[in-house]
Design a protein around this ligand. Sequence first.
Ligand SMILES: Nc1ncnc2c1ncn2[C@@H]1O[C@H](COP(=O)(O)OP(=O)(O)OP(=O)(O)O)[C@@H](O)[C@H]1O
Length: 639
Amino acid sequence: MSDTAHTHQEDEFHSRLDTGMWLKLFRRARAMPRYLVPLIATAIFIAAAETTLSFMNKWVIDGVDRLGRDAPFALYITAFLALAALTSGGVWVFIEMAGNLSNRLAHDIRRDGFDRLQELEFAFYDTRPVGWLISRLTSDCDRLARIIAWGTLDIVWGSVFVTMIAAALLWINWRLGLIVLSVLPPLAFVSYWFQKRMLLSAREIRKYNSRITAGYNESIQGVRTTKTLVREAANLGEFKELTTRMLDASVRNARQSSLYYPIVATLGALAGGLALWHGGVLVNTRFLGADFTVGTLILCVQLAGMFFHPINQMARILTEMQAAQAAGERVLGLLATEPKIKDGPAVLERVKAEEPKAANRADGNTPPISALSRSVRIPPAPDGLPARIDTVEFRDVTFRYENGPVVLQNFNLTVRAGDTIALVGPSGGGKSTIVSLVCRFYEPVSGSILINGIDYRERPLQWFQSQLGIVLQAPHLFKGSVRENIRYGRLGATDAEIENAARLVNAHGFITQLDRGYDTEVGAGGNRLSTGQKQLISFARALLADPQIFVMDEATSSIDTETEQLIQRGLETVFAGRISFVIAHRLSTIRNAARILVIGRGRIEESGTHAELLARRGHYHELYTSQFKRERLEAALNE
Ligand SMILES: Nc1ncnc2c1ncn2[C@@H]1O[C@H](COP(=O)(O)OP(=O)(O)OP(=O)(O)O)[C@@H](O)[C@H]1O
């Protein structure tokens, strides 16, 4: 509901046009001269063709007036047909070009926006709802691309057309031209005034319409609650108010349209009338020797009547640009957001210096990484520093989420290759925060996290994150087959390697029982599988990537205890030689961990092996015995 409401939310109408912002967006169109140049050329051509058509009318009328039946009708017909054919060709070109330009602009903005979203850190997503981001990349992009493409066409065509008409009138007779042009300012003013109001009332109608739809939806779905709480009368009152507002806005919009067109038509007719009046006087004087023919008079009346269309179009596009300004600011803002977690200049320089060496080393084959053994050659790091991760150390780390309270305070921890660290403790204690920091999804506010003694901010981000294998409580699967989802861990993996990884985490059994085995489609977000099955697949996926650091956040919470024990056995081989962080609420699963840390209020409250912590009879003992009792009770109730 909130996302829907958000999508329907309309922006404020900016009374000042931010030309700088529109020029920035227009620069994107300039980068596509293949479409922009023909678009502008045909816009100018169409304006010229429309003006020429009026001149041809004059030519025919004067010809017939002078020559009667001897006038060259065949020539006239050919000329009209040629102009009509050229105009049709021009219209085809501009529709094609504007459509292409609009689609390509939307595509480019969307691609850049998507690239940016991929680069941005987790903290960025903490403050922006998914619905908001989707709106930016869909409706905002389309709207801006459409305005830029069709707006360019309208503005070029409109301004060239108005200039041509004005120039023609002034050229024919400057006095008549000036008289007719006096209608332009009121015409432009009235067009803009009405267009703006019509746009605002149309938006109001849309807004109330979506609220009414939402209202229908809620009242139908919640009809039982309404009836039991005897809320019918109150609901009806709220609904009536909405419909009355919508009615008001609709009436206002209809009234504006009904007034707008007659007023501008009258102004257009006034321009024609003025041309007729002054031109008529000039025609009469023709007999006194002046050269103002009937054809010229009709030409002037026609030209004067043609101002309305381009001015109306330009006023419309101007108001649309003002209304879409906020969308433009948001999209440009998103594109300009610099990721806060990224490689620093020193890292980039080192990676660049290593590039030629890496190219020499590359033999065209990906190293054969076995997903299961640590004896494997670890591919070299792109910055020339050691690629093998021997230690991860938190040194005096203090952390808070953006504008939030301090979550970790002077946190210290050293983990060596081969260590499995289990994190337990009360909800909100900071366990997930610790692993998010390990993964560099967030960075410490003060203190540092060191890999082999070097701050991880001094190593390439992409390299470091490619060394991580992460399995979450609510794993995300992509639309596609089971095999494709596992292969996502390492795109070059063979089918045998995929099955091997699945076997190791005990996923092979259930996968082969699915109707199409490894080729079974998992559905959007993996919705055709249970959470436990999704967890098993994401385990296999993480394993296939052959990471040096394993992170499991409540990764086995939805897997039954039996399967979990089987996985545990497999994982013992997998964990060997790697650094692993395991967060688990089910304490039975971490009994074998090398070190268990009890995390509370951002601190390590207790640390040791399962046996040591039980013997200490502290927090862990308390957690363990209460969980043990609860599980026994649940088991007894289930029997
Ligand atoms: N993205 C976030 N933005 C702001 N605050 C957050 C964010 N994630 C967690 N927090 C806050 O940080 C604190 C520690 O949360 P964290 O998720 O690390 O705890 P946890 O021990 O993993 O809890 P749980 O066992 O419930 O998963 C909590 O107070 C939480 O509200």
